[in-house]
Design a protein around this ligand. Structure first.
Ligand code: ADP
Ligand code: MG
Length: 597
């Protein structure tokens, strides 16, 4: 039997507690995650004991975690039917800060089970409750035979009290008496929001309900009634009949609709999570429709993703996840994706740049990595070699998918190219390994709308303009030049995305030894269109040159001006003025930095 007992939380310094309370986690709402994940762990432990033959479950037992908000009393309850705790365990695991029962459990049964699915291991999570609560109580009953229920109470100082508890069934009930600044969490909608954020895919069913205030109801059909429903009212719809005349002209009573019973019941707790998220399944068992549905439900994006990659890796580390290539609408939205990181189906955070390469942030997806050395702080991830390996693995998988597609599903690759090329080019600029893997799979749309490689383009243009790649950035504005090119049987490629400028620069740098240069279709054309002038022509050209130099000097008010006049091949175009590519790039840059109008 547990006697009334008092003691001190065993921490080295009393100063530690307030620090933990305030600074352990920057997001105050995270206590939901910690307390619910403790409930899940407690359930997982019972399941493991059962599997090892150490414990017998009751017929039809259903595991669950319940969160009950009470906005009137400003309390929150977290109830699970997991393993529970004995008085000794409460003393050991709860009162010793930074002492984890998860580690202990795994140590004890290390020959019979593994750490799969167990979330906790720092022994700090429970204390996040004190970030929002003035007082926390635990009422718990261990699974062990003959165990006594235990009640524990702590008001947030480093003192606690323990006595005999009230629980009659296996499991744990934790009650938080919220402090003045944290009342919001006893609001059902706020609680729903936070649970959805952190717990949508936790491995045990989580239910949210409300106590106190006005009772809410829902109506169900008779055959939907469950054992745990509380019937408030039985709604009876009487049998409906009609008088009808039969074939013999006699009046007859016919039943139109039978007597119906429905129930008005107390509003049921709502199920908050999906315990088998799609990424935990084997890729072979998932349908396209499931992938799309999962995408819609997680990212609330009504546009269908283009395609996706299902990551599924056991060795040398555990990693599962789904990465989606979203349809990007460059004109209306910035291209910014979301990658949600999970540890054993527990949400950690969005877009952790230490784990996920920056350029992959344009994608949308989920990544679950139970091996992630997830410390209490993010900065600990920064210089971790293992984290780097994860990030490299993800990069490799994405490059493999894309290059594989280019090789074996060229048609789809071309179809998606407009949408995915900014992402690929961004990746090539940002990540050398990605560039190494993708550089042979960059394709270019030419003037006929065909997709070709850079080598193919250069080969075809070899005799006309060696090592020069002409490109179009605006098909409408540059249509005159496009026509000229077509008339002369010349080709150009379309590069109209903002990412193309830095990408071109990178390519030129990489092909420096071959001296390959990109030129916008309206620049540096003289070489391409120049006609070898006859002696007569030359005279005319010289005269023109002198006249034009004068005109331009006057018009521009510049003395030092060099005007060159060349004879053009194209008869349809009487004259054109071109700017050199380098000058134009410089102007573009100045415009970008707001240095010219
Ligand atoms: P961690 O989960 O990292 O081990 P916590 O501070 O969250 O650390 O919890 C400390 C320990 O308290 C757990 O390891 C577990 O043994 C025990 N514990 C906490 N909550 C529960 C619960 N709901 N049911 C049973 N044991 C619990
Ligand atoms: Mg925990």
């Amino acid at each position: 039997e547990v006697k009334q007992e008092q003691g001190n939380l065993s921490i080295n310094s009393e100063n530690l507690f307030p620090i933990i309370k305030k600074w352990l986690y920057s997001d105050h709402d995270i206590f939901f995650r910690e307390l619910i994940s403790n409930g899940c762990d407690a359930v997982t432990k019972v399941q493991k004991l059962e599997m090892m033959g150490e414990y017998q479950l009751q017929e039809g037992e259903k595991f669950r975690v319940d969160v009950i908000v009470n906005p009137e009393e400003k309390t929150l309850k977290f109830i699970d039917n997991g393993i529970g705790m004995t008085a000794d365990e409460v003393k050991e695991y709860i009162t010793q800060i930074a002492f984890s029962g998860a580690t202990d459990f795994l140590e004890k049964y290390k020959d019979k089970t593994n750490e799969d699915q167990i979330i906790g291991h720092f022994g700090l999570g429970f204390y996040s409750a004190f970030m929002v609560a003035d007082k926390v109580t635990i009422d718990t009953l261990s699974y062990q035979e003959g165990a006594e229920p235990v009640y524990w109470e702590c008001d947030g100082d480093s003192e606690y009290s323990m006595s005999k508890g009230n629980r009659t069934t296996r499991g744990t009930e934790i009650t938080l008496y919220l402090n003045d600044e944290s009342y919001e969490f006893s609001n059902e909608y706020r609680a729903r929001e936070v649970i959805t954020k952190y717990c949508s895919f936790m491995p045990v069913e989580i239910y949210l309900s409300k106590e106190g205030g006005e009772q809410e109801y829902q109506t169900i059909e008779k055959d939907e009634l469950r054992d745990d429903d509380v019937i408030a009212e039985t709604i009876v719809e009487d049998e409906k009949t009609e008088e009808k005349e039969n074939e013999n002209g006699e009046k007859e009573t016919v039943v139109v609709s039978p007597r119906k019973e429905r129930y008005k019941i107390n509003k049921r707790p709502s199920l908050m999570n999906d315990i088998h998220p799609l990424w935990t399944k084997h890729p072979n068992d998932c349908t396209d429709e499931e992938y799309k549905e999962f995408y819609r439900s997680v990212f609330h994006d009504y546009k269908e993703p283009l395609f996706w990659i299902h990551l599924n890796m056991d060795y040398p580390f555990n990693l599962k996840g789904i990465l989606y290539f979203p349809k990007i609408n460059m004109e209306y939205e910035s291209i910014e994706g979301t990658i949600k990181l999970y540890n054993n189906q527990v949400f950690i955070a969005d877009n952790i740049k230490e784990v996920i390469p920056e350029f992959l942030m344009l994608l949308k997806g989920v990544i679950d990595c139970p091996d992630l050395p997830l410390n209490v702080s993010r900065s600990a991830l920064q210089n971790d070699g293992f984290v780097k390996k994860i990030s490299d693995y993800i990069t490799k998988k994405v490059a493999d998918k894309l290059s594989g597609m280019c090789k074996t599903e060229r048609e789809s690759y071309e179809k998606y190219w407009d949408d995915i090329n900014p992402f690929i080019k961004f990746g090539c600029i940002k990540d050398d390994k990605f560039n190494e893997k993708m550089k042979d799979y960059i394709i270019y749309k030419d003037l006929d709308g065909k997709y070709i490689s850079l080598d193919e383009y250069l080969e075809a243009a070899k005799d006309k303009h060696e090592n020069q790649v002409f490109y179009v950035t605006d098909e409408l504005q540059q249509s005159q030049y496009i026509n000229m090119f077509k008339e002369q049987g010349l080709n150009a490629v379309i590069l109209k995305n903002p990412i193309d400028q830095p990408f071109i620069s990178r390519l030129e740098e990489a092909m420096k030894d071959k001296n390959v240069k990109f030129r916008r279709i309206d620049t540096d054309l003289a070489d391409v269109f120049k006609e070898t002038a006859s002696e007569d022509d030359k005279k005319v050209l010289e005269e023109d040159q002198t006249k034009l130099t004068d005109i331009f000097k006057k018009a521009l008010g510049v003395e030092a001006l060099d005007v060159k006049v060349e004879k053009l091949k194209n008869a349809d175009t009487s004259a054109m003025i071109t700017l050199s590519e380098d000058m134009r790039r410089m102007q573009d840059m100045m415009k970008m930095y707001g240095m010219s109008q």
